[in-house]
Design a protein around this ligand. Structure first.
Ligand SMILES: [Zn+2]
Length: 68
């Protein structure tokens, strides 16, 4: 289960557009449905995470409770 994908809401700091994003296991933020890979539709996105849909928030190395 190391390929867990977290979903979150993020906002582009360049254009201010809100996106639903997926956060990969390596912390990579990928907006959903833009067709632009890891970029915002404005082409210059720095995403800021607003909130998470799941409990698994990533600092990457942080241990969270898993109830498997
Ligand atoms: Zn943007």
């Amino acid at each position: 289960m190391d390929s867990e994908i977290n979903r979150a809401a993020a906002i582009c700091e360049n254009c201010g557009t809100a996106h639903s994003v997926r956060i990969g296991p390596d912390g990579e933020i990928r907006p959903i449905g833009t067709g632009r890979g890891t970029e915002c539709t404005c082409g210059d996105g720095e995403f800021r995470i607003l909130s998470d849909d799941s409990n698994l928030t990533g600092g990457g190395n942080s241990k969270s409770k898993s109830d498997t």
